[in-house]
Design a protein around this ligand. Structure first.
Ligand code: MLT
Length: 265
């Protein structure tokens, strides 16, 4: 699998298909494999680019603090390294959505549209920031195993947990194999992310908002508010899904993305 030298580290990326570029940005603390049910399907019409953010998956581990802007700048540098100059459709889930806001801020001219899955526009409150810091300290002390158990109930709806043991196990495995330094840096970066609510009305990009009906982290009501504040948003709620809608219910998610992108081309 190819790696590209990007901002001082080797970034791993899975690329498939041909057509307009579609960049898939994973959530925390995961990797490109959370898009496994999207990559081949969407590659029928698009050049799908699914990287592992710095330190995650098969990308090189990098020491030092990061921000959402760091990850966004890495993605822009990856596009440069891959020779992709056409505007991209940027699809981010959760932390991938936080990174999308940062990408809009610094690299707006590289974007054709946004697809925001199960994400938020607000910053963390004080309690959430403290929890992130405790998570960072604990993962550095103990490793990531506790997170694999703690997060599953928040990420997946009950029916997925009962009926799709393979995706639960796959997700736990990804979390368990993520380096503590990477998880701690991302946790602290999310705690420090800005509130972008006031910026939403000025984001003049076509945007598809996708949210799982039972998302416990970024619920439909909150994502509705984002869609209402954006000038050009389309809102799609996915039945019987939680925070990991693309992994839990790929058919309706892929159909929503394909249909939406068709209207833009
Ligand atoms: C994610 O899925 O990326 C995380 O749940 C985001 C968060 O913890 O805010």
């Amino acid at each position: 699998m190819p790696h590209f030298p990007v901002n001082g580290f080797n970034m791993h990326v899975v690329t498939r298909g041909d057509g307009p570029p579609l960049l898939l940005v994973h959530g925390f603390p995961l990797d490109h494999s959370m898009w496994s049910a999207q990559i081949d399907d969407l590659a029928k019409s698009y050049t799908v680019i699914a990287p592992d953010l710095r330190g995650f998956g098969q990308s090189e581990i990098v020491d030092g603090p990061v921000t959402m802007q760091t990850y966004a700048d890495d993605l822009a540098a990856l596009l440069d390294a891959m020779g992709i100059s056409d505007p991209v459709h940027l699809c981010g889930l959760s932390m991938g959505g936080y990174i999308a806001w940062a990408f809009v801020e610094q690299h707006r001219d590289r974007l054709a549209s946004l697809i925001l899955c199960d994400t938020r526009a607000t910053a963390d409150n004080e309690a959430a920031r403290k929890t992130r810091e405790l998570t960072a300290q604990r993962v550095l002390r103990e490793g990531p195993d506790f997170l694999a158990s703690d997060l599953i109930d928040k990420l997946f709806v009950k029916s997925t947990r009962e009926q799709r043991p393979e995706i639960i196990e796959q997700t736990k495995q990804v979390i368990r194999s993520t380096h503590p330094t990477t998880i701690a840096a991302a946790s602290r970066a999310m705690a420090a992310r800005p509130d972008v609510t006031d910026r939403l009305p000025s984001i003049d990009l076509p945007t598809l908002i996708i949210v799982g009906e039972h998302d416990a982290i970024s619920p439909p009501s909150e994502m509705h508010e984002i869609a209402d504040a954006l000038p050009h948003a389309t809102f799609v709620e996915i039945k019987d899904a939680g925070h990991m809608a693309p992994l839990e219910r790929p058919e309706p998610v892929n159909a929503a993305i394909e249909h939406y992108l068709e209207t833009l081309h």
